[in-house]
Design a protein around this ligand. Structure first.
Ligand code: DGY
Length: 324
């Protein structure tokens, strides 16, 4: 080992990212892309100055408490960092960073796919074609919800929310949103967006509701039965943020009653293996396996951004994307 800091990449990273990582650091790679247990994460990171994890690694307070004193940074390969207990990291003096911006376009694309997939009954349509169940056509066949000209509601008008709203404008949708701090007048005007001070005030204006807020203790179960009841009947719910922001029982009840016509979900509580079983059964759920950021360009961008953060940290500078 030379003088370079040692970085432990918990998952197999894109080629170009690994090439830069091994060029600039002593890298501990995971060529088989195995999902490590908590014990393995602790054990392997004992030889590392920094960890470069994904959201698949749960860095809980317990795990962080067991990390070696050598670990100085957790440079996430993700914008969301709910998988890291940032308070525990702060207590250990470990810097935590994320990768904003670079995945906004890719995630907005998936949000629009989720909206359209849900609105136009893609789950049923794909099954009819693939399973040879398609026998007929009639004016009432597979009639879904048209989104053009409807109202597109956003909870969490941050980077991804804003790009998604911009794409929704391409369908002539009127944008409505709520956000802790209101957008400046110029951004609001550019998005043609109407501000609502609270979630409760926003919901009646959402023919489509798209969730873009991070998972925090405050947003856990944010879309609950009381709030779903405030949506117009037949609304579409889209989630590309985190499963935790939805109360699954409440959404499933609304999908069954028809109060919510359909949901397009890229993220789930209990993902990947332990999602609510009803989501697998309901025809009006268009589900994807957490692929919001899954494009070559974006995955490279996420890796480079994580490395930019590490470069700053090991140069004794403040990383741009420090979250703890
Ligand atoms: C993110 O970056 O947060 C995506 O959800 C992938 O982890």
């Amino acid at each position: 080992m030379g003088d370079k800091p040692v970085v432990f990449a918990t998952r197999k990273l894109p080629e170009a990212v690994e090439a830069r990582l091994v060029r600039d650091y002593e890298a501990i790679l995971n060529p088989d892309d195995r999902l490590y247990t908590a014990d393995e994460l602790v054990e392997i990171s004992a030889g590392a100055d920094a960890i470069l994890p994904c959201h698949s690694e749960k860095l809980t307070a317990e795990v962080i408490g067991r990390l070696s004193d050598r670990v100085k940074a957790i440079a996430n390969f993700s914008v969301g960092y709910d998988h890291v207990d940032t308070e525990a990291a702060k207590r250990r003096g470990i810097i935590v960073t994320n990768t904003p911006d670079v995945l906004s376009d890719a995630t907005a694309e998936i949000a629009i796919l989720c909206m359209l997939g849900a609105a136009r009954r893609a789950t049923e349509g794909v099954a009819l074609v693939r399973e040879a169940g398609w026998k007929d056509w009639s004016p009432k066949f597979m009639v879904g919800t048209q989104v053009t000209g409807k109202r597109f509601g956003v909870i969490g008008m941050g980077r991804v929310g804003q790009v998604t709203a911009k794409r929704a404008r391409g369908f002539d949708m009127a944008v409505h949103y709520t956000k802790r701090s209101r957008l400046d007048a110029g951004t609001e005007a550019a998005l043609g967006a109407s501000y609502h001070a609270t979630i409760e005030e926003l919901l009646p204006h959402c023919d489509v509701l798209s969730l873009h807020c991070p998972a925090t203790p405050e947003t856990t179960g944010l879309l609950n039965a009381e709030r779903i009841a405030l949506l117009p009947k037949g609304a579409i719910v889209v989630n590309t943020a985190r499963g935790a922001v939805i109360d699954d029982e409440a959404l499933i009840a609304a999908l069954k009653s028809g109060h919510v016509a359909a949901a397009g979900l890229d993220v789930f509580n209990g993902e990947p293996t332990d999602i609510h079983p009803e989501y697998r059964k309901l025809d009006n759920v268009f589900g994807l396996p957490h692929i919001g950021s899954a494009t070559l360009e974006t995955r490279d961008g996420m890796g480079f951004r994580a490395l930019d953060n590490l470069d700053a940290i090991f140069a004794g500078k403040e990383p741009v994307d420090r979250v703890a």
